[in-house]
Design a protein around this ligand. Structure first.
Ligand code: TYD
Length: 138
């Protein structure tokens, strides 16, 4: 099951009375090289993001500030992960439908991605995603 690969990764932490520090090195702390970084911020209360899957993209999702819920679905199984620590990231492998909601006030959702933006890599239609996900993982 693809969903078994999607786990929360504890990133390195340098604790310091002046403020803590966390770092991420591609293919070292996460299972892919980083080619893009994007982030969601100023998310209004009650808003939902995501609503798609990727064919080949690997991602690490980090709650840089605040918290939110990520609902994952591999076409067979679903699970929800609550992120609220800036030293933890949720690894999301290809072929996972994700919805993100329950954003706290001031939440910042940063995503490290294995490829540059490519709309052709998206499934934005849930029914089509389910057909392909179930066909590929019987
Ligand atoms: P989308 O991936 O649907 O957002 P989310 O999953 O975070 O809710 O992207 C929203 C819009 O932003 C869409 O028009 C594509 C554009 N976009 C880029 O141009 N580059 C990017 O790296 C990303 C992630 C999105």
């Amino acid at each position: 099951m693809n969903l078994n690969k999607c786990n929360v990764i504890d990133l390195p932490r340098i604790n310091d009375p002046r403020g803590n520090l966390t770092f991420v090195e591609g293919s070292q702390h996460i299972p892919f090289d980083i080619h893009r970084v994007y982030y969601l911020y100023d998310v209004p209360g009650g808003a939902e993001r995501g609503g798609h899957a990727h064919k080949d993209l690997h991602q690490l999702i980090i709650a840089m500030s605040g918290s939110f819920d990520i609902h994952l679905d591999d076409g067979h199984t679903k699970k929800t992960v609550h992120l609220n620590r800036s030293y933890q990231g949720l690894y999301v492998c290809p072929m996972i439908w994700r919805d993100i909601d329950n954003f706290s006030s001031g939440a910042v959702c940063m995503v490290l991605a294995s490829e540059r933006y490519d709309e052709l890599d998206y499934y934005r239609d849930y029914e089509q995603f389910i057909i392909d996900a179930q066909r590929n993982t019987k």
